[in-house]
Design a protein around this ligand. Structure first.
Ligand code: ZN
Ligand code: ZN
Length: 378
């Protein structure tokens, strides 16, 4: 396959900025030092560009997992331009193709199957294989005037956010270059590679608890650098959920930002998968792994029937719990609609709790069997 041509601007930016970050930034630090203000601006720019990409480009526009107020969309559009990762339209076109054709060697724009270098940065250095990004297809995003505005003025906005704003802040601080070196250059290089990790490492390193259909992985350590996007296996399985890290203790600042915005009325329509769908996905993957372990070691064949029985019992218990939950919620809604302050029937609540406990008991047995299979097979 003939490789597409290099894009000179991209090669220049992605090689010169790291050089300046490696040589210019420490050199300026030795000669003039950096102030607390300059380090604060570095941190503010790092988080703002990171969240503009993850909470904005990714979860708002590419996947439409929630709706955001215009003021927030303008913020994402500005700091998205500052991150120098293309316009919202280009980025989202590539990202939707990444999900649609994940791991395909030609159709996934940053297929991890083509190795670390390609999925991390190599794909950006060369022209797009089809010659253009499919932005015409993104009718839903083209309706947003802020998206159209950012696409039209992307280059002036990127120059202003990376050069004009840091220099202006430096001028106000009476030290022209310090803010530019830290909040402009060093921040840009770190932000580039932190977000590139999502396409490379988050498809190579970590666990697959929700799906084994593609290479996406969950990795809590990577989440620290990727503004919460390290929980990438969950994300590829449930891309319409506004969260990537679903547990409260999962480090996912994009999720916390979106939730906070919804509390203060600047975001709404936050989409989440039900805990039952999530549990079911996990059980399916556990079963798949258990069956693979059975295949590995034929002395375990006698456990096959037990595995199938326990699997069906767990799924049935999960469905009964889900049905009890729906019944209870319906009852609650009906009572609220009638204006009654009374809570749903105690009976419903008790049934819900009983079904939940029943499911948890089945899960203990199910997990014990899966663990037994994996230790013996290993
Ligand atoms: Zn995505
Ligand atoms: Zn991915």
């Amino acid at each position: 396959m003939k490789k597409p041509k290099f894009i000179v601007e991209n090669v220049a930016i992605l090689s010169l900025t790291p050089l300046v970050a490696l040589i210019g930034v420490p050199w300026y630090g030795i000669v003039s030092g950096y102030t607390l203000f300059e380090w604060s601006m570095f941190f503010v720019f790092l988080m703002s560009t990171g969240l503009a990409i993850t909470a904005g480009y990714h979860r708002l526009w590419s996947h439409r997992t929630y709706k955001a107020h215009a003021i927030i969309r303008v913020f994402y559009a500005l700091f998205g331009a500052a991150s120098l990762q293309n316009s919202i339209l280009h980025w989202s076109a590539d990202h939707r193709n990444h999900h649609r054709y994940v791991d395909d060697l030609t159709k996934d724009p940053y297929s991890a199957k083509r190795g670390f270098w390609f999925s991390h940065i190599g794909w950006i250095l060369r022209a797009y294989p089809s010659g253009k990004h499919d932005i015409a297809e993104l009718k839903d995003l083209q309706r947003d005037p802020i998206v159209r505005w950012q696409h039209r003025w992307y280059i002036p906005l990127a120059i202003f956010m990376n050069l004009g704003l840091p220099l202006f802040l430096g001028y106000l601080h009476n030290r022209l270059w310090g803010t530019f070196f830290l909040a402009g250059i060093l921040r840009m290089v770190l932000n580039h590679h932190f977000t590139f990790f999502i396409n490379s490492l988050a498809h190579m390193w970590g666990s697959q608890s929700f799906s084994t259909d593609n290479s996406a992985r969950d990795n809590g350590f990577l989440a620290i650098f990727t503004y919460g996007e390290g929980y990438h296996n969950f994300h590829h399985r449930f891309q319409s959920d506004y969260r990537n890290g679903i547990a409260w203790y999962h480090y996912d600042p994009a999720k916390w930002l979106i939730r906070t915005l919804s509390w203060i009325g600047l975001a709404d329509g936050l989409k989440t998968m039900s805990p039952f769908q999530i549990e079911k996905a996990k059980i399916l993957v556990q079963r798949e792994k258990a069956l693979r372990n059975l295949e590995k070691n034929n002395t375990l064949a006698h456990l096959q029937q037990s595995l199938e029985e326990k699997y069906h019992q767990a799924i049935q218990a999960l469905e009964a719990w889900s049905a009890a939950s729906q019944e209870w919620q319906q009852k609650m809604r009906a009572k609220v609609e009638k204006g009654s302050k009374a809570l749903a029937d105690l009976h419903m609540k008790e049934r819900y709790q009983e079904m939940k406990l029943n499911f948890q008991n089945h899960m203990v047995e199910w997990k014990r069997l899966c663990a037994q299979l994996s230790t013996v097979a290993a």
